[in-house]
Design a protein around this ligand. Structure first.
Ligand SMILES: [Zn+2]
Ligand SMILES: [Zn+2]
Length: 278
């Protein structure tokens, strides 16, 4: 396991192209244990019945990943929610596997806060399955050229010992045959503990939280990348990260997250149009 982001080899592309993320690998076939959700014995850390029950495919806004009620009539493309139409976020697309709720909140907490980085493997497989489902549904979609974890600020990385987003990104890269890079985007400013600050100050801090160092910019020119993270709450963090990547020369930024915090009221996000393109 990569203990943290600052390694000498910034690229993780030990790839197995074309492997279905839901198909057990040779290693997972040998593994025998209890499902992390229902505790049934088997050869997967999240068993198929639990995956089917707790990670069903649902209709989501293609821009921000929020769950939508129903697709607009005659909808041929993935829909887009009203909020994203009125104020499009900097990222072009969001793939998310599940809503942030039972049992994913418990699994993410164990993964992130209770020192169980090995949970990255089943969680990354869950996200890879969502990415592949989207690709199957819309095969004309451009595939990103690199996966970038949302970085942690150095104090947080030192405290945790690993970046959960990098643990997901490098596994996704292996499964999907894409390079994962943790050296292109950095986070010099720790914005995690700023509840006491006013809204304007918080937004100012977030705006300057992410940085593509000048020496890295040539690597980003014209690149289509996907930002990878475990949970997307309001979208503000990935929005500022995506804006910095675009400023630095990236051509397109997508977001791939395991879990999306649902809108405050169920059905609050409404699909009101379907513009092809992004
Ligand atoms: Zn289970
Ligand atoms: Zn949206």
């Amino acid at each position: 396991m990569q203990p943290h982001e600052h390694g000498t080899d910034a690229v993780d592309h030990t790839v197995t192209p074309g492997r279905c993320p839901t198909t057990p690998t040779a290693r997972s076939r040998r593994w025998l244990g209890q499902c992390e959700v229902c505790r049934a014995w088997g050869d997967a850390r999240i068993c198929n019945p639990c995956h089917t029950r707790f990670a069903p495919p649902v209709l989501r806004c293609r821009r921000c990943g929020l769950r939508l009620g129903t697709a607009p009539e005659g909808e041929g493309h993935a829909p887009i929610c009203g909020a994203c139409l009125l104020q499009p976020p900097p990222f072009a697309r969001t793939v998310c596997a599940v809503d942030y709720g039972f049992p994913w909140d418990r699994l993410v907490a164990a993964f992130k806060f209770h020192g169980q980085p090995e949970l990255a493997t089943p969680l990354a497989h869950c996200l890879a399955a969502a990415v592949q489902a989207q690709q199957l549904a819309t095969p004309a979609l451009a595939w990103p050229q690199a996966l970038l974890p949302v970085p942690l600020a150095p104090p947080r990385l030192a405290q945790r010992g690993y970046n959960q987003a990098w643990e997901l990104a490098r596994r996704l890269g292996r499964t999907l045959g894409l390079p994962a890079r943790h050296d292109l985007l950095s986070r010099p400013l720790d914005t995690a503990q700023q509840a006491a600050l006013g809204r304007a100050q918080r937004q100012h801090n977030l705006r300057s939280a992410f940085l593509v160092e000048p020496a890295r910019r040539t690597r980003l020119q014209g690149l289509h990348v996907a930002l990878v993270d475990d949970v997307m709450t309001t979208g503000a963090t990935v929005g500022y990260a995506a804006a910095e990547l675009l400023r630095a020369g990236a051509r397109q930024v997508d977001v791939w997250v395991l879990a999306r915090t649902p809108a405050p009221q169920p059905g609050a996000a409404t699909a009101i149009a379907a513009a092809p393109g992004t």
